[in-house]
Design a binder for this molecule. Structure first.
Ligand code: GLA
Length: 792
């Protein structure tokens, strides 16, 4: 995993190599990051320095070709001739900003290296190795520690930095990145994930031109604006092919990544805590540690890089009792009743949910005293007497008795003016004396930089969790930060980062002793979907937007960086609350099943056919749950702009499910091809459509074409038929070898306006299909046939 030969270090995983060396002046020169090399040597890999570049600054006149500005480096300072973005801006003990860190020593450790304030990836000593390099500024007694941990099994290398001051005078950190990497000149594209509330994680690709491209957040959390994760890929890379580098941060606060292509074509990447309003004074013997950054490389396109991240997160980020465990199908009360419910309503709802096959009942917002709107109640967690006259313990007991688990929503980082907590401790809220504070969702942030506030939160939430049979918590956080001020801080430049450290501390104190509790974090949906949170919560609520067509972008975007086991995905009512789009129930499920499935609708209003469908959906999901949550996931490009496909394959390649999704239907559409990958080429599979039922009402007047009698599409009889009867869509069945299926399955015609029979796929707008692949046996390729058909 790590070898050291002369001045060079080779860090390698199963399929990648990372290679750098110490230069004669003590800087670390990046030589290679990419596909695994058997025995790299610098001669052919080094960027040659045989000519002096015009207007360059010589580092040392002993070597006129040694110029930091054109060297690919592992770290760089300021003021010695490297004019690219710097990974650090430090006011040095002598008051200047000039720093020049050079190699002092190294050690190679088995396992990871301990961090003191932040969560980090975990791994057994046999699974990973750490290289610790110590550097020192040429003048000041300032030491820089670079940590590289190599996770061979998942092709991930993590990096982080620690700055240590042994100087008598303080150093002031204004910027200290977790890592810096100089990639060799090439035409790269950058893929980032941006958005806002209800439109999180939309993917954006752009060529990396000269100049600086920034991925950042300044909201106090990792944010829905730009996720900290991103990719750099060669220009021609696709989902399946090409060289792709992936990056992410184990951090939940303001993040910053700078991607800069400079005059000589090198691309410098730095990533870490956002320097925005950041200032940290390091006194003598003080240390500052940055969050851990993760990097991967794949030459199998974006799917390859995503797969590495998925495996890495499932194995080395998620921890505790729920690691690698199948997650329950949940029912959440939010979209069905918001804050307006009574004990009886909840119990009836739970009974109905249980009847559908749900396993966990989650009581969302609105259950504590005064919480009838988002203007009041946050901060106090005593049950509302009108809504829950017998308390939470009683409700939980009744629900558990039905055979369900019980879970609860909380928002512990916040307070409303109208709360007992604010009335008794206004000083717990983040605000500045004398300045009128700004509210978000009518609430203030609690000051997690203050140990007293942290004690209050850890104590009150722990008491709450012990007061009832609670086995799941949805931890929400519903506003961006403003009016940043921490009364206990030495300097306000520490605020954002101390808040994140405080949050991790509170979460550790609450959940370390309660590992059985399944934690799902949330921040107005996906406003804090990051690796820091995943160290505590194995799953995260992806978005308040559950419209399946929107979710194709949101979950699709998330899937680049995060495994399906971490993505909370619910089926809700249609037309959808935020888009007013009417989508088939089958599509709502077909998208949500590529994640941790839940339902968030009022079961009271489901028709008999809808209930039947949901029962079948949940049964199907439970049968294939491991596949949906932990299978190898791929995104497939189809040749059409209005279609896309996702696929999961089990680790043993015995089974697979493909989802084929249409946005807007087109008239007279060309045939569809279902892309397939990842199954065993020599094995035979049976592929069949998951039967899909279509609401009669979707067809309106058209229904009269297939009925013996004519009925009024707006009449009572029509509505009655719709409640009790639905149409079956075409079911296709194929049996063929994997190699043949991986050429793409030629699907039956969609409805193209002229003809209809039971072999016609009624895709329409927002239609979708699931295809289940089951391995039958190995068989001679000449026996295989495709296009077999079962008229369902
Ligand atoms: C946020 C969450 C929702 C719901 C509400 C409750 O918006 O994202 O899922 O829990 O809060 O107030």
């Amino acid at each position: 995993m790590i070898t050291h030969d002369g001045d060079a270090f080779h860090l390698f995983t199963n399929h990648t190599s990372y290679y750098f060396r110490i230069t004669k002046f003590g800087h670390l020169e990046q030589l290679y990051y990419g596909k695994r090399l058997a025995a790299p040597s610098p001669e052919s890999l080094e960027l040659k320095r045989t000519a002096q570049v015009g207007s360059a600054v010589m580092y040392d006149e002993a070597d006129p070709y040694y110029c930091l500005d054109i060297l690919p480096l592992e770290w760089s300072g300021i003021g010695k001739g490297d004019f690219r973005q710097s990974p650090a801006e430090i006011k040095m003990p002598d008051g200047t900003f000039v720093s020049d860190f050079v190699f002092v020593s190294h050690e190679i450790l088995s396992g990871t290296s301990e961090m003191s304030s932040l969560p980090a990836a975990t791994g057994e000593k046999s699974e990973c190795m750490t290289l610790h390099i110590q550097m020192k500024d040429r003048m000041a007694d300032l030491f820089l520690h670079l940590y590289y941990t190599v996770f061979s099994d998942t092709d991930v290398i993590t990096r982080r930095t620690v700055l240590e001051n042994k100087d008598e005078k303080p150093a002031v950190i204004r910027k200290l990145m977790s890592f810096m990497l100089d990639l060799f000149p090439a035409e790269y594209t950058i893929t980032t994930f941006h958005g806002a509330w209800i439109k999180e994680m939309h993917r954006q690709c752009a060529p990396v031109g000269n100049g600086l491209y920034v991925v950042q957040s300044t909201t106090g959390t990792s944010s829905n604006r730009q996720n900290p994760g991103f990719f750099l890929a060669e220009k021609s890379a696709s989902e399946e092919y090409g060289k792709v580098y992936g990056f992410n941060l184990v951090y939940s606060g303001n993040h910053y990544s700078g991607i800069e292509r400079t005059h000589q074509g090198l691309v410098r990447v730095v990533s870490g805590i956002n320097p925005h309003c950041f200032e940290w004074t390091l006194e003598k013997d003080g240390k500052f540690e940055t969050p851990e950054a993760i990097m991967t490389f794949s030459d199998s396109g974006f799917n390859g890089a995503s797969g590495n991240f998925h495996d890495f997160i499932n194995r080395h980020i998620v921890r505790g009792d729920w690691k690698n465990m199948e997650r329950p199908v949940l029912f959440n009360t939010w979209e069905s009743c918001f804050m307006n419910f009574r004990r009886g309503t909840l119990l009836r709802m739970a009974r109905r949910a249980k009847d559908l096959g749900v396993e966990l009942f989650v009581l969302d917002d609105g259950w504590f005293a005064g919480r009838n709107s988002d203007h009041a109640g946050l901060g106090d967690y005593t049950p509302d007497k009108k809504k829950l006259p017998h308390g939470l313990g009683d409700l939980a007991k009744r629900i558990v008795k039905m055979g369900l688990r019980f879970g609860i929503w909380i928002e512990p980082e916040m307070v409303n003016y109208d709360s007992d907590l604010f009335r008794s401790h206004p000083e717990y809220a983040v605000r500045i004396t004398g300045r009128k504070e700004s509210l978000g969702r009518n609430q203030l942030v609690l000051d997690l930089t203050n140990p007293t506030v942290r004690d209050y939160i850890a104590g009150s939430v722990s008491d709450l969790l012990d007061s009832a049979e609670i086995s799941y918590v949805k931890w929400d956080m519903n506003r961006h930060m403003t009016d940043m001020f921490g009364s206990e801080l030495h300097g306000q430049g520490e605020f954002y980062h101390r808040y994140v450290i405080g949050l991790y501390d509170v979460m550790t104190r609450i959940f370390r002793g309660r590992p059985h509790v399944l934690l799902e974090t949330c921040s107005s949906g996906g406003n804090r979907f990051d690796l820091g949170m995943l160290c505590f919560s194995p799953q995260i609520w992806a978005s308040d937007n559950t419209d399946p067509i929107e979710r194709l972008s949101i979950q699709g975007g998330l899937s680049y960086l995060y495994p399906l086991s971490s993505i909370g995905a619910h089926v809700s009512s249609s037309p959808h609350q935020q888009t007013i789009r009417d989508t088939p129930l089958s599509t709502r499920f077909n998208v949500a099943c590529f994640g941790v499935l839940g339902y968030e609708l009022d079961p009271k209003y489901l028709t008999r056919t809808e209930k039947k469908d949901i029962r079948q959906q949940i049964k199907f999901y439970k049968e294939h749950r491991r596949l949906f949550q932990y299978g190898d996931f791929s995104r497939h490009e189809t040749s059409k702009g209005n279609k896309l496909s996702w696929q999961v394959v089990s680790a043993d390649q015995n089974s697979s499910v493909s989802g084929f999704f249409a946005s807007q239907g087109h008239a007279s559409e060309a045939p569809d091809l279902l892309p397939v990958s990842g199954i065993a080429p020599e094995q035979t599979y049976r592929v069949s459509t998951l039967p899909r039922r279509l609401n009669v009402k979707m067809f309106g007047l058209l229904i009269n074409h297939i009925l013996p009698i004519k009925i009024n599409p707006n009449g009572f009889i029509f509505r009655l038929i719709d409640r009790f009867y639905s149409l079956t869509d075409c079911v296709e069945e194929y049996t063929a070898n994997g190699d043949q299926l991986m050429q793409g399955i030629r699907l039956n015609n969609p409805f193209i306006g002229t003809y209809y029979n039971s072999r016609t796929r009624l895709v329409g707008d927002y239609g979708s299909y699931l295809y289940l692949f089951s391995r039958i046996s190995s068989r001679n390729p000449s026996d295989s046939k495709q296009g077999g058909h079962h008229e369902g």
